[in-house]
Design a protein around this ligand. Structure first.
Ligand SMILES: [Zn+2]
Ligand SMILES: [Zn+2]
Length: 275
């Protein structure tokens, strides 16, 4: 089972179950739960996107390292997108204590130029830009995930092996160790695509020097990969050690404690620039 096979309901019921067991859902998980519901509803309405690429064009892009989805190839239903954005903005506003004040721009329809800049990894012209980035990310996720489901099976995994997503060009924010020999698969922070990557290389800066790459483990199934060269970290789950029935998106959320540890050790998350 992969991340993208799992809809909102099993995740929500897992969270509810933990809540019933007496665990208090921290504010951040409560926030994610509301976000997941919005994203799941939007994804349900999107359906299967049309893809214009031929098999030859796909192979050419994989060979040359060009992601399969450029901004101009992304056909967005802007009515649905604006509705999703406004729902997302409402959740961020309700949880302002987690991320800070929501930018004034959030009260207006999202501009295409803003989405284009976000997609291209460019700085956003608003304050605070990081909250706007997070809101656009949350809004676009169901749209990009629907493309990812269609485009990812067309990628020859052995030929890609790059540090960014073969579908949308996004950064990985999670990794999965799978199979008998524990091959490392990266997971895209933007579209949930999974792709095969070297075990001994930092996906953010390309560092391959074993002396400056390391990982920590909690002796269960979590790992924290760190790179001394760019000071970034990557969370991972060893799926060989995961109990059956483990839901990976839930693991992504429940590993927030590992994010805290990574940041306490002085590393930065998910390809974000060094502080
Ligand atoms: Zn992606
Ligand atoms: Zn690095």
């Amino acid at each position: 089972m992969t991340l993208k096979d799992i809809g909102y309901s099993p995740i929500a019921s897992k969270l509810d179950e933990d809540e019933r067991k007496g665990g208090v859902i921290p504010l951040l998980l409560e926030f994610y739960k509301r976000l997941l519901r919005i994203q799941s509803e939007t994804e349900h309405l999107i359906g299967t996107p049309k893809i214009g690429l031929t098999v030859e064009a796909v192979s050419e892009r994989v060979q040359t390292g060009v992601p399969l989805l450029t901004f101009d190839e992304l056909h967005l239903d802007w009515t649905l997108l604006q509705e999703t954005f406004s729902n997302v903005a409402a959740v961020f506003t309700d949880y302002a204590e987690l991320f800070g004040k929501v930018p004034d721009d959030a009260a207006r329809p999202l501009k295409k130029e803003m989405v284009r800049r976000w997609f291209g990894g460019l700085a956003l012209p608003c304050e605070p830009a990081s909250v706007m980035e997070d809101m656009i990310h949350a809004t676009l996720k169901p749209f990009l995930a629907s493309y990812s489901r269609t485009l990812l099976p067309m990628v020859n995994q052995e030929r890609w092996r790059r540090g960014y997503c073969p579908v949308c060009g996004g950064n990985p924010d999670f990794a999965l160790l799978k199979g008998e020999n524990g091959a490392r698969w990266l997971v895209c922070s933007r579209c949930d695509a999974e792709w095969l990557f070297q075990r001994l290389e930092c996906p953010y800066c390309g560092n391959q020097d074993p002396d400056s790459l390391a990982y920590y483990t909690d002796e269960k199934m979590h790992r924290l990969y760190v790179c001394e060269k760019c000071k970034r970290y990557l969370k991972a789950v060893d799926t060989r050690l995961a109990m059956s029935g483990t839901l990976l998106p839930v693991e992504r959320l429940f590993s927030l404690d590992i994010d805290r540890q990574g940041q306490e050790l002085g590393y930065n998350p998910c390809g974000k620039a060094s502080a």
